[in-house]
Design a binder for this molecule. Structure first.
Ligand code: ZN
Ligand code: ZN
Length: 661
């Protein structure tokens, strides 16, 4: 096992963000590595840390000038190192941690650690691990980053690399991988938003960092531009969110409010512009997401470098007053978005969305090449078995028959299993692609007796979490089972009768969609995200769920051109008219509990890649349905009892016992 220890410090946002992203990347690319992120300041210098943090939080908000004085003292002079080293417990704490955890590789995202490590091994022989410094400064580089030795220096750009070389760091030790942003940026299916159409909506991401009094006014000014569509993140300030919600209500869907989110990559990639303060991590994420920026706040002494970076790259603007933000948005999109296109082009040239993955690769390589020799004899503990795995040649590449299920519920709505349990349940059965589609009720329709269903559907406040958890599970599903996991939603548009009721699946969604939209705009939103719109159980069936949902079928002349595929089979029901009408089809479980696995499924002849799979469904070329059976325990809910000795190779056969169950 390769052990990677990542050291960080919670001063400013850049260090922690970098550390967390590199840790995610290590987990993403390796099954065997064990990675740990540690803030030794937090654990050993509780008091000092609190003082610093209070200074940071308090002074930045109320007296930026004072803070900038402290910051420059802290971060620029030798005093920092000597001051902190004077707190001997930092050294003792780190030494204890290293002795206990015996890492193969240590990565530091905060300059002080290199000095502490030098201190620890000053009188001893070689240090027993490889050491990588990840420099998070991107314009002016603090010299404390390179005054202590390191095996590697990963820097955010070529300019920083030059500074290090000029200061005597050997060039072969420097890697300009970029700032380690969230590894999600590196995934190819996430492309940045295309240029807005002439006169079309301009999607603006507005990040509120501090609850400034004038925020409401600034937002209103922006929304007075008829083309502006705002996604506003307010952080954990529920009160502010509520205030803004009522204040911006008059703008309807053009103002979308989110609370705390860790979906920044997704948001950066899907918006044309971000309005934010000049925080280091945010600026770097915007660069990785190729999302031009308008900076509306720059904390002196701390964020000037970030603002300078945006100016140097010519990737956005710094707005002195909140009024200027509107002006800049106007300028950016005048003349068919000439200025915006220039910004975007400049960002595309420098974006390094895979930086954290490159750093993780470097760290894992270091573990492999120079680990202490005694590690070679460490064997796995008895009783540890590896999970059964599909041959790795199935990870994309050539087309073959894929076993898929695109209609699955978890306990986010009325399903019995959690999302991770669903992933293990299907993964162990060798499925190639699944989509989790929890119910999202239309608040306008949840009336009378239907209202009891409310608690069995996703709440609007849970949407972010839902996308988050499924994103995490998507990575795990691929790592562990080479199974693709897509995020979906089943939009329940229930009326009083079957004729007015419809269920619509949105498959492979990137972001929440307003549940109160009518069907055609819902479908348009799904398509705008690159997803598929699928009619679920569109015809008469024997249903456990309640009434039939015939609205889409009855209005085919409207919906057939909009919908990508219709469920020809759902659980045990088959809707032959879907086939007779020659509509594009799919077959799904509508899985709510383990026994529902024994139901109709889709087989697609496709590459194992989300885009290829969706294209295969749209074209409905080489699509087949199959009634799925296996001999695995179906009732088991406990993950432990889902353990199976080995997987039936799918290519051999999908066991079809009977067609009449
Ligand atoms: Zn349904
Ligand atoms: Zn369903």
């Amino acid at each position: 096992m390769k052990k990677v220890l990542i050291l960080t410090a919670g001063f400013g946002d850049g260090h922690n963000t970098a550390a967390r992203n590199v840790a995610d990347a290590v987990e993403m690319i390796s099954d065997e590595a064990k990675v740990e992120v540690l803030d030794v300041f937090q654990s050993s210098l509780g008091l000092l840390n609190d003082v610093l943090k209070k200074a940071y939080l308090g002074l930045t908000r109320f007296a930026p000038g004072v803070w900038s004085g402290i910051y420059s003292m802290l971060d620029s002079s030798k005093k920092l190192e000597s001051n902190l080293l004077a707190f001997g417990n930092l050294k003792d704490a780190l030494q204890g941690i290293i002795e206990q955890s015996q890492p193969d590789c240590v990565i530091s995202t905060y300059p002080v650690y290199a000095h502490v490590i030098r201190e620890i091994y000053r009188d001893h022989s070689e240090r027993p691990f490889r050491f990588i410094t990840v420099v998070t400064d991107s314009i002016s580089v603090n010299s404390s980053w390179f005054r202590a030795p390191s095996d590697w220096y990963c820097v955010p750009n070529e300019a920083t690399a030059q500074v290090l070389r000029r200061n005597g760091v050997p060039p072969e030790k420097i890697r300009a991988f970029g700032f380690p942003v969230n590894p999600v940026f590196a995934e190819k299916q996430d492309n940045p938003a295309e240029a807005p159409r002439e006169g079309g909506p301009i999607k603006i991401l507005y990040i509120i960092n501090t609850g400034k009094k004038k925020t409401g006014k600034a937002l209103e000014r922006l929304l007075e531009m008829p083309r502006a569509h705002l996604t506003i993140t307010v952080g954990r300030d529920a009160e502010l969110k509520e205030k803004l919600a009522s204040r911006l209500e008059k703008f309807g869907e053009r103002a979308r409010l989110l609370g705390w989110t860790n979906q920044m990559p997704r948001l950066m990639l899907s918006h044309h512009l971000v309005v934010t303060k000049a925080g280091g991590a945010t600026v770097q994420e915007a660069i990785a997401g190729r999302c031009p920026m308008i900076l509306n706040q720059v904390i002196p002494g701390q964020e000037d470098g970030n603002a300078e970076l945006v100016r140097q790259l010519d990737a956005g603007a710094v707005a002195e007053k909140s009024r200027d933000v509107v002006e800049w948005v106007g300028k950016a999109f005048a003349n068919d978005g000439e200025l915006w296109k220039k910004w975007r082009g400049n960002l595309a040239k420098v974006a390094r969305p895979d930086a954290s993955i490159r750093i993780a690769e470097l760290a894992l390589n270091e573990c492999a090449s120079d680990g202490p020799p005694n590690r070679l004899f460490v064997t796995e503990a008895p009783g540890m078995t590896r999970p059964a795995r599909r041959p790795s040649t199935n990870g994309g590449g050539e087309a073959r028959m894929l076993l898929c299920d695109f209609h699955i519920h978890t306990n986010y709505s009325d399903g019995k299993l959690t999302a991770p349990e669903v992933v293990d349940f299907y993964g162990k059965r060798g499925f190639d692609c699944i989509c989790i589609t929890d119910h999202l009720g239309d608040p306008r329709r949840l009336i009378g007796k239907l209202s009891k269903l409310l608690k069995l559907t996703l709440g609007p406040e849970q949407m972010d979490e839902y996308f988050d958890v499924l994103e995490r599970e998507r990575r795990r599903a691929w790592r562990k089972y080479k199974m693709l996991l897509m995020t979906g939603i089943e939009f329940n548009k229930d009326g009083f009768s079957r004729k007015s009721s419809a269920h619509l699946l949105g498959i492979d969604l990137k972001a929440p969609i307003n549940p109160a939209l009518d069907l055609p705009p819902t479908i348009a939103e799904i398509h705008a995200q690159g997803g598929l719109a699928v009619a679920s159980h569109p015809h008469i069936m024997k249903s456990e769920w309640g009434k039939n949902t015939l609205y889409l079928w009855d209005n085919q002349e409207v919906f057939a051109p909009l919908i990508d595929a219709w469920e020809i089979a759902n659980r045990n029901n088959i809707f032959t008219p879907v086939g007779l009408k020659r509509l594009a089809f799919l077959a799904n479980s509508d899985f709510h509990k383990p026994k529902h696995i024994y139901s109709w499924k889709t087989l697609l002849h496709s590459e194992k890649d989300p885009e290829a799979i969706k294209e295969c469904i749209r074209k409905n070329d080489h699509v087949a349905i199959t009634l799925y059976r296996d001999n695995l325990p179906a009732r088991a809910l406990q993950p432990a009892s889902l353990e199976v000795p080995q997987l039936v190779p799918l290519d051999a056969a999908v066991p079809l016992r009977s067609l009449s169950a």
